[in-house]
Design a protein around this ligand. Structure first.
Ligand code: MSP
Length: 518
């Protein structure tokens, strides 16, 4: 039995989710759903990252307690993932009591074994990054390059983690596991960063940052974001230094941890070092995705171009998230930046999901009803000229997912749709029917419908509702494992009546789309 454990980054809760957060969760959900079609044991963890100075400040500005702000905003993330049909197995909040307790124990263990030590420190702290920066990280004007703000000078006695102790082991791991960092072109960046690493501060004075987990036996210090945040991946599933749960033993190490490229350093350097210090194996893959821009522009509050997934769904009057999921998950090649634009969204999903895929099913079923009263006759079976191509596509899509090439997988599915459409055009079943070649007509239609069952399975991770609607009309079990796909699942007998043929995806209304642009 193969297991598959996938995680996302946990989002900061000082605001509501935007389309960039949504991109990561959709991408992860698509990967997760694909692997549930292959493996028996799959698990998907997401959540929110709730401690730190930013939350403390934002909540004070809003006359709320930090916990109230976290409760309110964490719920917004849950609501958004529900609307997008993100089927996570577990949602962890770093304010969960269990997480806080285990983080304290982990910290204590690391202090006791000498991996964490106390040290007086003066440094440049960027609250946007929630980390200390060195002079060379700053712009010429002395600003944080990501937040365009001058860092504060912080002088404190903090706990430090001995990152440098693990430097050589991490370099060795990256070099001997070329598929650890995906895409692999990012591994060089990480190896360069590793050249200059120093030990890292892992606590802040509670007097300065009170919204954090207190260090056991030293409550004047709060455990600072990265030790708290990164360990969510193991505390959620039952890691405990005093004895972990069966679930943890079954799931860890993670198969793939999906994160944005901006936090790769923390996940490929800090996180492996913490795991090594805890004597735990490293995740198999870190998938660092690119960023989503809006109309080719970086999203930012100051530009006022931050859009939420709900805005898009409302603007296009979407009752199901499938089209947005399809568009976002296939927005960029693995690891590269992608872009969202209303125009492109409308064009792509109309072309792929409505005109090519939806219409193909609709008109084939309509012809089956028109010429054969919705029946598949025994003589239509067994001569499937498209089978090889459909099974080739299944193999190719699996291969793309194995390498996290999600855009390429989507393209390969649409290629199969195009091949099938061409088969219909080339064989013109309406002409065959007119010319009295009725058996040949039935064979062509049946072949197309057999391939449509394969297409339903392949598109399912991207568009679960559309796939279910397709499979219902084909009386096909959408839970079929990919390894059991035959392209001969439809048997002879009555398949469908006219009144049960429904479009599986409606074209996006162009007027509504235009309205959303204004
Ligand atoms: N809390 C940390 C992560 C801790 S993981 C142990 C964090 N939070 S975040 O809210 O700033 O970002 C959460 C995820 O969303 C990150 O993986 C980040 O890369 C991703 N994105 C944020 N903006 C994005 C885009 N515009 N586009 C794509 N992903 C983006 O970092």
């Amino acid at each position: 039995m193969e297991k598959f454990y996938i995680t996302t980054a946990i989002d900061y809760v000082n605001g509501a989710p935007h389309i960039g957060h949504a991109y990561e969760k959709i991408l992860t959900d698509v990967i997760y759903r694909h692997f549930t079609q292959r493996f028996d044991k799959t698990y998907f963890l997401t959540g929110t990252d709730e401690h730190g100075i930013k939350i403390q400040k934002t909540s004070a500005q809003n006359n709320m307690s930090p916990k109230e702000l976290c409760d309110m905003n964490s719920q917004k993330f849950k609501d958004a993932w529900k609307a997008l049909n993100v089927d996570y197995s577990q949602f962890i909040r770093t304010t969960d009591e269990q997480h806080e307790k285990v983080v304290q124990k982990i910290f204590k263990k690391l202090v006791e074994q000498g991996d964490i030590y106390k040290h007086s420190y003066k440094g440049l702290y960027c609250s946007g990054c929630e980390c200390f920066l060195s002079e060379k990280d700053l712009t010429e004007d002395g600003l944080c390059p990501d937040h365009q703000k001058a860092p504060e000078i912080v002088e404190e006695e903090n706990y430090f983690f001995k990152l440098t102790k693990y430097k050589d082991a991490i370099i060795k791991h990256i070099k001997t596991h070329p598929d650890f960092i995906v895409p692999s072109f990012r591994a060089n960046e990480v190896l360069n960063q590793l050249e200059n690493i120093e030990d890292i501060s892992v606590s802040r004075a509670t007097a300065n940052v009170s919204w954090g987990i207190p260090v056991l036996d030293d409550p004047a210090q709060s455990i600072y974001v990265w030790i708290d945040a990164l360990t969510n991946y193991i505390t959620a599933i039952g890691y405990d230094p005093d004895g972990s749960s069966e679930k943890f033993k079954e799931l860890w190490p993670a198969t793939v941890q999906v994160i944005g490229k901006d936090i790769l350093k923390f996940h490929s350097i800090y996180w492996p070092a913490i795991l090594m210090a805890l004597d735990l194996p490293l995740p198999e893959h870190l998938l660092a995705h690119g960023w989503i821009t809006i109309d080719q522009t970086k999203m930012s509050k100051s530009l006022g171009n931050v859009i939420s997934p709900e805005t898009v769904m409302e603007a296009f009057n979407l009752t199901e998230p499938d089209s947005l999921r399809y568009y976002m998950a296939s927005a960029a090649p693995c690891g590269k930046d992608g872009n969202y634009s209303d125009e492109d969204f409308k064009e792509k999903v109309n072309a792929h999901l409505a005109n090519s895929m939806g219409n193909l099913l609709n008109r084939t079923l309509s012809m089956l009803v028109k010429y054969f009263e919705g029946d598949i006759k025994p003589e239509f079976l067994g001569k499937n000229e498209l089978k090889e191509q459909a099974l080739e596509a299944v193999k190719a899509v699996k291969h793309h997912f194995d390498y996290f090439e999600i855009q390429e997988a989507a393209q390969r599915i649409i290629e199969l749709v195009d091949i099938t459409n061409k088969y219909v055009t080339d064989n013109a079943p309406w002409t065959l029917a007119k010319e009295g070649q009725i058996e040949k007509c039935g064979i062509v239609l049946t072949n197309v419908l057999q391939v449509m069952t394969v297409i339903a399975s392949l598109i399912y991770p991207f568009c679960p509702n559309i796939a279910k609607a397709m499979s219902e009309q084909l009386s096909y079990d959408i839970n079929t494992k990919l390894d059991n796909i035959t392209c001969e699942v439809l048997k002879s007998g009555h398949l469908i009546d006219k009144e049960n043929i429904k479009p599986v995806f409606l074209r996006l209304d162009s007027e509504l789309a235009d309205k959303s642009k204004k």
